[in-house]
Design a protein around this ligand. Structure first.
Ligand code: SAM
Length: 252
């Protein structure tokens, strides 16, 4: 099978790239023994990656007293899903009603629209993952699930496919769904717009909607989708001092 091209857009300078490479090499060749390396991941994490984790934590904390599931639209390698599992385990270990659901085609961008603009990274297949990655992700998430209370109830699901179809099907099969927190990270217009339309009747006061790329010139589609479905002046768009691009709103 031919190797897939796996490319993402990173907003970093040459010097930052060199530093990141050096840190990665130090991690890869770490003298820390295997049984201790996971206990020391903070040694090798960058400030930017740590900021994102804390940002996700801050969003999760906002929903602890609200009812509903957590959805991520565009979960890719699935780090956020694992973080949400960890936050659930920390703050509400007995809330087996807080399902976490990740949607992704695992094939990168599929349906580019003229409203997505023409950044270099906007091509079909960008942000794809390695072959059969979803199998690996499911094993990782299931391992975390085993570590959490009430582990016999499956509380995390990964749904592979075009989310404009899989989300519609999921909501038809689960009409009781209330969404406490949805994180949008498709980066592009068409699936963001369709999924926003689909979840509209499943949110309540207090629902948190997070967006990875609002007001971001390389991916105008996400902002246009929000503008067309909810309007830009309907909710207060908030951000965290931790990260420059993500933002969120709370339905009031
Ligand atoms: C920027 S990546 C997500 C990154 C991830 N949230 C993270 O924090 O690392 C965008 C993802 O959206 C997915 N995607 C784009 N359009 C999609 C669609 N119509 N249905 C499902 N997934 C889609 C891509 O496969 C890709 O994994």
């Amino acid at each position: 099978m031919s190797e897939k091209k796996i490319e993402i857009r990173r907003n970093i300078s040459g010097e930052e790239k060199d530093n990141a490479q050096e840190l990665f090499d130090l991690f890869k060749n770490s003298p820390i023994p295997n049984e201790e390396i996971q206990l020391n991941l903070g040694l090798y994490i960058s400030r930017q990656s740590l900021s994102r984790i804390i940002f996700m934590h801050d969003l999760y904390k906002r929903i602890i007293n609200t009812t509903g599931v957590v959805m991520e639209f565009g979960c890719r390698w699935g780090q956020n899903l694992a973080l949400f599992q960890a936050f659930r385990g920390m703050y509400e270990p007995y809330n087996y009603n807080r399902k976490i659901i990740g949607f992704d085609s695992f094939e990168g961008f599929q349906s580019l629209h003229e409203k997505d603009g023409n950044a270099k990274i906007l091509y079909e297949g960008a942000y794809t993952v390695t072959n059969n990655y979803v199998d690996h992700l499911e094993k990782v998430l299931s391992n975390h699930e085993t570590e959490s209370p009430i582990s016999h109830i499956k509380k995390c699901e990964v749904i592979k496919g075009d989310a404009t179809e899989t989300l519609e099907k999921y909501l038809e099969e689960h009409p009781e769904t209330i969404i406490a927190f949805a994180y949008f990270d498709f980066d592009i217009y068409a699936p963001t717009k369709r999924c926003l339309e689909l979840i509209k009747n499943h949110v309540t006061k207090g629902t948190v909607l997070g967006f990875d790329e609002l007001n971001w010139p390389y991916y105008p589609g996400e902002t246009l989708a929000l503008k067309e479905v909810l309007g830009l002046d309907t909710y207060k768009l908030q951000r965290s001092p931790l990260c420059p691009t993500p933002s969120f709103l709370v339905i009031e």
